[in-house]
Design a binder for this molecule. Structure first.
Ligand code: BTN
Length: 264
């Protein structure tokens, strides 16, 4: 059971989860966390809700969370420095935390760059990292995480542009949402303290879905196609064109999708 009492007895973990704001229902945990951060809330502040009625995803996406079915939470971070060109690493931090926590349950999870977590090729979680800049340094970062845990949390087919599933359907057993939230926070905190390390980039890259496959991404200038090779040092996606020339796409591109089944 996910209750404020149980969470308060376990938190903070590695500096995350205190203070805790727990809601049975709220519009968006990211919106609430941003208000708190604007008022000076410290690093580690955690906003958790059981039900989310106006959750936001990347771009214009919505993210609804039916009661007692999922995880929807936001954590406030105040990194001392973050280069604007490395901003997407904050999204990766959330995605890696989720992917590794799922792997702790015994199943492979992958990151569909930049912000989705997949199990067996279907989306189980999304991350919305929002950064408030003061000049070229961050005043704060809010990392919002939504995880489909129970079947009720899987959106209807017509509501989504990419196939979705949930952890319980993939694993065939009941998952303790409290334990999963703690595990995600633990992983997230570990990586947060090691974001400058090459291991962070290597682990992020090792979790990328579709490596070696042909993919397409939507870009303001149109569809871009190439073979997914890995990440640049700033977390941009490295693709190889038909002419074998490497090029990069950044987080301004969206909706990555595979367009073949054969890896090379
Ligand atoms: C995406 O897949 O586009 C990202 C979805 C992020 C959803 C989470 S749920 C908790 C937090 N609050 C929000 O309003 N959004 C994020």
């Amino acid at each position: 059971m996910l209750t404020p009492e149980r969470l308060r007895a376990t938190l903070p973990v590695n500096g995350l989860g205190e203070p805790l704001y727990f809601f049975s229902t709220i519009g968006s945990t990211n919106d609430y966390a941003r208000e708190l951060a604007d008022q000076g809330a410290p690093q580690g502040t955690l906003v958790v809700t059981d039900e989310q009625t106006a959750g936001r995803g990347r771009g214009a996406n919505r993210w609804e969370t039916p009661a007692s079915s999922a995880l929807a939470f936001s954590v406030i971070l105040r990194p001392k420095r973050l280069m604007p060109e490395r901003a997407s690493s904050m999204t990766a931090l959330g995605a890696l935390g989720v992917a590794e926590a799922i792997e702790g349950l015994g199943s492979r999870a992958e990151i569909k760059w930049p912000n989705d977590v997949l199990m067996s090729g279907k989306k189980v979680a999304g991350v919305l990292a929002e950064i408030a800049w003061e000049g070229n340094q961050p005043a704060y970062v809010v990392i919002g995480v939504g995880v489909n845990v129970r079947p009720k949390s899987v959106p209807m087919r017509e509501e989504i542009s990419f196939p979705a599933t949930c952890i319980e359907l993939r694993l065939g057993r009941v998952i303790d949402r409290h334990r999963l939230l703690i595990d995600i926070l633990l992983k997230l905190a570990d990586w947060y303290h090691n974001m400058e390390s090459s291991t962070f980039m290597d682990t992020w890259e090792a979790h990328l879905a579709y490596r070696g496959h042909m993919v397409a991404v939507e870009d303001p200038s149109g569809d871009i196609r190439g073979r997914l090779k890995g990440l640049s040092s700033n977390g941009r996606l490295c693709l190889e064109g038909d002419d074998k020339v490497m090029f990069e796409v950044g987080p301004e591109s969206s909706k990555l999708r595979p367009i073949d089944k054969l890896a090379r």
